[in-house]
Design a protein around this ligand. Sequence first.
Ligand code: SF4
Length: 278
Amino acid sequence: MKRTIEIAENAGACYGVERALRLTREAKGDVRPVHTLGPLIHNPRVVAELEGDGVSVANSLDEAQTGTLILRSHGTAPQIIAEAKERGFNVVDATCPYVSKVQQHAKELADAGYAVVIIGEPKHAEVEGIRAWGGKAVVAVADEPSKLPETLPAKVGVVIQTTQSEKRVNAVLSCVRELADEVLVKETVCNATQVRQRAAAELASRVDAMVVIGGHNSGNTHRLYEVCKPLCPATYHIESTDELDPVAFKAVEHVGITAGASTPASQIEEVKRYLENL
Ligand code: SF4
């Protein structure tokens, strides 16, 4: 049986992740040892490959001690960057430029006297970084209206986590507008997530089975799975081909593939080849 395998448009690594991987590869020749501050991306296979190439994960400056320190695409608090430089680390900033923009907006709004509201997931690393850039001016972090405080200062500046959906942003924003007199919104959403979801949904609606590739710890990969599953019940979230059951694909004629924003093209190709040779 001839099996058709189709890859969704925009599947896989986004601009910020590609850039972080490139900067890390380039940094391998820098001052040794080379560390990333926290896992570089939410893709355990890539993190393990980097480890094999001599780029280890340090969860704090104390753990890294010396050498080159790569700051991941989600961004880092300014205090940690300053301390790393002070301690003599060779700092490579792989913060995604879209995330840097949110951080700068948070700082500028704070400097201009605005109380800052961050629309985003409170415990997400990117949001924790933005919060640190906004400092004491940050009065709320919310990804739904119920997480906002009952009152807000009169003058509020809003920044948005890059991966928030339009629906969530609008819901929180309309509440902020009711609570504050003056609201200045900085549009900081990156469309990488929406673009992937839209293309994955389109493909999932017309294939017999769908494979979603990405770390089990990757939030945006989970969301891709959630988008595809109702449209194509035979949807599988995998990190590698070991998790695919060949029997389940024997009679499948048309397979769709998509992948999260932290999945490199090589992992997509590997799955495609595997399915072709079944
Ligand atoms: S999803 Fe967007 S903001 Fe986040 S790393 Fe990728 S390109 Fe940057």
